[in-house]
Design a protein around this ligand. Structure first.
Ligand code: GAP
Length: 442
């Protein structure tokens, strides 16, 4: 049986994201800005949790990867050396009637009618290459000497710090350097929400290895990265690995695999895992005049390491997790929308409710809420009836809800309600934190 997308239209997620404060159009009071978005209270927590889960698995729990946080604006020579000044472009076509600009390789997705043509058909000109890097000036003089770029990938910050890292740490080959941060590309976007934007975040890791071992590490990272999505609950049937054909490869890579997800608009790239060979280190050695090698401590042999790079877009990961977690269910004749987000990703882990707004319930609930939030992101919620509060937290992806009621004052127990199974059980207040920990596994 072939897989189907979790939701039919991206619109479902766009409206949930706006309604519940995950993602808003940027500068909305001024009419919004094309392809720019802001993360709201729930969205910023979700994004932080995704970044933390990535960092935990890629850096914290590994002995062979260290972190880095490089500057967005780098020396302009970096982008000459990396090939971005000459190669980082998309073929662009412009409609001769209405001046609409579209990526030549995305023409098949173009469904708009031309408002200026009698036949309503666009009249496309010849494709032209259009460099995707955002240019700006460093300092007050706006001349060619002050031109700098906003980085189009975080990877180069890692390559130019290779010598700094090996000189200041005890890393031994093979090892990786990981980084998260903003990247910028002047993309012709395809109105797919945050799937492709001009300002986005990346989580990238460059893994430096002995040249002859590159294939082995390439295979290792393909599997490890796919497993990461599975470990966070993404449905296996909506994930696949797709190897690039030779004519799809970026100018720096020998092989590349995309981890693809089945979005409502079809299978599309979620993450890329590339074998970048020794291209970048050699280019930076050439352009900087520095010796950039690895020296084997035993044999004194020098070589330029090969690099395997898993590169993921944080924003793209975020809509993937939102889409995949989205469920509409019917309970007792009522529809519920529930985000079955993995507990590690859920913006709020535990919601605490007083059953009544009197009889000491609020005070007791507040006390328990304060205890829980020391350990887990928690929310106190006393508005509307309990059913409404459950629905609200189902839609926000909160895995557990705790209710304080009359019985709490008799036997020091609370009701613990599970978002996914809807099971409700009574738990001693003193056992609440260990019970949550047992369920979450953290
Ligand atoms: N350093 C390699 C590199 O940047 P890429 O395939 O161009 O490779 C890696 O980007 C990942 O970054 C993509 O798989 C995607 O998740 C994300 N990404 C790239 N361009 C993006 C954009 N314009 N908007 C959102 N995410 C983007």
């Amino acid at each position: 049986m072939s897989a189907t997308a979790k939701i039919e239209s991206l619109e479902t997620i766009v409206s949930l994201a706006k309604r519940r404060g995950f993602i808003f159009p940027s500068s909305e009071i001024y009419g919004g800005l094309s392809s720019c978005y802001d993360y709201g209270p729930l969205g910023s927590e979700l994004k932080r949790n995704i970044k933390n889960s990535w960092w935990r698995s890629m850096v914290t729990l590994r002995d062979d990867v260290v972190g880095l946080d490089a500057s967005i604006i780098m020396h302009p020579k970096v982008w000459e050396a990396s090939g971005h000044v000459s190669n980082f472009s998309d073929p662009l076509v412009v409609c001769e009637k209405c001046a609409l600009r579209v990526r030549a390789d995305h023409l098949d997705q173009q469904t708009d009618k031309c408002p200026k043509s009698e036949t309503k058909k666009h009249v496309w000109g010849e494709p032209r290459n259009f460099n995707l890097m955002f240019k700006t000036h460093l300092g007050p003089a706006e001349d060619s000497a002050s031109v700098v770029y906003l980085r189009p990938e975080t990877a180069q910050g890692i390559f130019v710090n290779y010598l700094n890292v090996i000189d200041s740490t005890r890393v031994k080959i093979p090892f990786g350097i990981a980084q998260q941060g903003k990247s910028f590309r002047n993309e012709i976007t395809t109105r797919r929400f945050t799937f492709r934007t001009c300002e986005f975040e990346q989580m990238e890791m460059e893994f430096f290895c002995v040249p002859e071992t590159d294939e082995e590490w390439y295979q290792y990272w393909r599997k490890t990265r796919l497993d990461w999505f599975l470990s966070l609950g993404v449905e296996p049937e909506r994930l696949r690995l797709r190897d690039h054909a030779a004519d799809e490869l970026a100018h720096y890579s020998k092989a590349c695999t995309d981890i693809e997800y089945l979005f409502p608009f079809g299978w599309s790239e979620l993450e890329g895992i590339a074998n970048r060979t020794d291209f970048d280190l050699k280019q930076h050695a050439l352009h900087s005049g520095k010796k950039i090698v690895w020296r084997d401590q035993v044999t004194n042999q020098e070589f330029v390491p090969y690099v395997i790079e898993p590169a993921l877009g944080t924003d793209r990961a975020l809509i993937t997790f939102l889409i995949d977690a989205y469920n509409e269910e019917e309970i007792d004749g009522n529809k519920r929308v529930v985000l079955k987000l993995h507990p590690r990703l859920a913006p709020t882990k535990v919601a605490v409710f007083p059953l009544l707004r009197k009889d000491g319930h609020p005070e007791k609930a507040e006390e328990i809420y304060r205890m829980v939030r020391e350990v887990y992101a928690a929310e106190y919620d006393d508005s509307g009836n309990i059913g409404r509060r459950y629905r609200r937290h189902d839609e926000a992806g909160t895995p557990l809800c705790v209710t304080i009621d009359h019985q709490t004052f008799e036997d020091e127990t609370v009701t613990l309600r599970d978002r996914d199974t809807l099971e409700q059980r009574r738990v001693k207040v003193s056992a609440l934190l260990p019970t949550i920990q047992e369920q979450f596994g953290f």
